[in-house]
Design a binder for this molecule. Sequence first.
Ligand SMILES: NC(=O)c1ccc[n+]([C@@H]2O[C@H](COP(=O)([O-])OP(=O)(O)OC[C@H]3O[C@@H](n4cnc5c(N)ncnc54)[C@H](O)[C@@H]3O)[C@@H](O)[C@H]2O)c1
Length: 387
Amino acid sequence: MTQEPMGIAIVGCGYVADSYRYCLKLHGDTLRLTGVYDRDAERLKAFAGYWKDQPYASLDALLADPACQIVLNLTDPHNHAAVTRAALAGGKHVYSEKPLGLSAQEAQELAGLADKAGLRLAGAPCNFLGESVQTAWAAVRAGVIGRVRLVYAELDDGMVHRANYASWISRSGRAWPARGEFETGCTYEHAGYALGALVAMFGPVRRVSAYSSLLIADKKTNPPLSNPAPDFSSGCLEFDGGIVARVTNSIVAPYDHRFRIVGEDGVIEISEIWDYGSSVVLRRASTGRLGRLIERRWPQFSGRRLKPVRPPLLKRGPGLPTMDFMRGVAELAAAISQRRACKLDAELAMHITEVTEMLQHPDRFAHPAVVASTCKPIEPEIWATGQ
Ligand SMILES: NC(=O)c1ccc[n+]([C@@H]2O[C@H](COP(=O)([O-])OP(=O)(O)OC[C@H]3O[C@@H](n4cnc5c(N)ncnc54)[C@H](O)[C@@H]3O)[C@@H](O)[C@H]2O)c1
């Protein structure tokens, strides 16, 4: 039996909303946009005008519309909880951008509200439903690299404050919200892209040992940031079966979004975890000297590209999103229609929120070990011709 597309309404018509809106056309069978709302009247006008969407006059008007069954909460992280609470109270299912809440406690409260109301609550990111992660995951399940031992997940975004971020403008004209990003923190903003893939492949995280720091407080904003968040974090996550993942987030170190899964018989590398069409390469550990030399110096020649589980559905091109942001919303709608569990349910979003908080704010959970020993500073060698 074919299902009618489910009514969704967007709350928060900011920078990322354009990427979601662009991807909507891929899900015409599952999703139907009933309208959009932003509390910033100018933003609402610009977004609704660009996409020719129906603007709602208020959040109450949106929540009163019986055609809307799912609220797509694309507000900034500080407003996620309030909008999700209102939507649940209005009887709507919710798909929220990450993080579900600003703390595990807040996320837990929202999941409890949804459960009590008999409504679904799901959370981004959905990149583990993307072709590149699914290709890597299929190879892991097939035992291509043997028993998995270690994962290195890099979410280094380059030195963002040195980039001309004021020139980053979305399709409908929203400037990249630099202040919000710097005050929310790159770990809250990005860790979910690695955590979703890790939890999908290896189950829940059992223990976390993390470190975070604010390395560069001045991000060239005007006025200066009043409350900059850590711009670097790194944590080791333990999963059942003795699998360990090291997840690093920064907006300081050079751009690197590799996701490398190390098994006893090889390594699978997704070169860009933000790209559903990313290459997924299988490498075998070299045994001979020549092989090891090639591996070190010319890693591009030391692997074999795995055939994607299916070709990515997104058209590729400059300025086009590399992730289908709407895929998670479509999964939620399909799960509701088919009365089945959603792959991105509240439990998963809550779990990811908790682990993310542990990575960004390890001080909230356990005291870091203090090193008791010390050593004298080491003088550098000063060569005659060098520095
Ligand atoms: N910026 C990105 O590249 C990007 C990428 C992926 C995911 N995200 C996530 O998407 C979410 C939104 O990020 P963004 O960059 O689009 O932020 P943004 O600040 O550009 O947009 C947020 C919008 O929400 C509106 N809003 C806030 N509270 C509201 C409320 N109570 N009612 C109605 N509207 C309200 C604001 O007016 C604003 O227009 C965040 O959770 C972020 O982590 C952002």
